[in-house]
Design a protein around this ligand. Structure first.
Ligand code: DGL
Length: 274
């Protein structure tokens, strides 16, 4: 299919977490327009089954296609782990997730071949980080740990709170005992805990933020496919659009604490109808 180079990029997540990925796209591809969808009515995805996450992701992809996007980024680790391989066979525009870029970055970062990955229960259960890293370098051992309390703590704004430090100590203890030297923050919310996690785990461990590497992977993909926008801005932000399935005012307020570009309003989408 021939896509319009100047069309936006569709980015979606189960809610606000994927804004950390949108932020990296805005920083690294400042001329590209984004259409972001956050599934705030049905979050969290991290405890749901593959069938449910595939069904939700399909509906969102259909919605994004009505916005005539030229490519899609699944800015959610859980949806990337559970739905990307199914959805990519069903659509004719390029689509990438956050897991593969995060895994590649961790492989490059490790020196002792011991990598930890923290993520939602469903992402850890999918074993995808482990599988991808193992396929690329069988000498690397990957230790996974589900950290379900981190998402609500971040959404509560407790990114520096002593309670979160205690929770992090509990979750990271077994990974520290495995002597990992690299830790993948395999959930969209965790980069917002980056400083706290680094303090708990120590400076000798490299933290990998898949959001950053996903923006780089997107940049490479658009270049290779000759899909980079021709609209070059001298200043300001391109016209991004934001949509959510519930709580649109809260969504805009939260987005404005994270993004370098202003979110003046968020459209409400009845996502079940797609
Ligand atoms: N966005 C999800 C992820 O990256 C975290 C929130 C959720 O469980 O839906 O896995």
């Amino acid at each position: 299919m021939l896509s319009d180079k100047n069309a936006p990029i569709g980015v979606f997540d189960s809610g606000v977490g994927g804004l950390t990925v949108a932020r990296e796209i805005m920083r690294n591809l400042p001329n590209e327009k984004i259409v972001y969808f956050g599934d705030t009515a049905r979050v969290p995805y991290g405890s749901k089954s593959r069938d449910t996450v595939v069904r939700y992701s399909r509906q969102i992809v259909r919605f994004l296609q009505t916005q005539e996007v030229k490519a899609i980024v699944i800015a959610c680790n859980t949806a990337s782990a559970l739905a990307l391989d199914t959805i990519e066979k069903e659509i004719d525009i390029p689509i990438i997730g956050v897991v593969k870029p995060g895994a590649s970055m961790a492989i490059e970062a490790t020196r002792n071949n011991r990598i930890g990955v923290i993520a939602t229960q469903s992402t850890i259960k999918s074993n995808l980080y482990q599988t991808l890293i193992g396929q690329s370098n069988p000498e690397i051992t990957v230790y996974g740990k589900a950290c379900p309390l981190f998402v609500p703590l971040v959404e509560e704004g407790w990114t520096k709170d002593p309670v979160t430090v205690e929770v992090a100590k509990r979750y990271l203890k077994e990974l520290m005992e495995k002597d990992i030297d690299t830790l993948i923050m395999g959930c969209t919310h965790y980069p917002l805990l980056r400083h706290l996690l680094q303090e708990v785990i120590g400076d000798h461990v490299t933290l990998v933020n898949p959001a950053y590497e996903t923006a780089q992977a997107l940049k490479r993909m658009l270049k290779e496919m000759d899909l980079e926008t021709e609209e070059i801005l001298s200043e300001g932000c391109p016209e991004h659009r934001f949509f959510a399935s519930d709580g649109v005012d809260n969504f805009s307020a939260y987005a404005n604490t994270i993004l370098p570009c202003e979110v003046s309003s968020t459209g409400l989408v009845a996502i079940e109808s797609y």
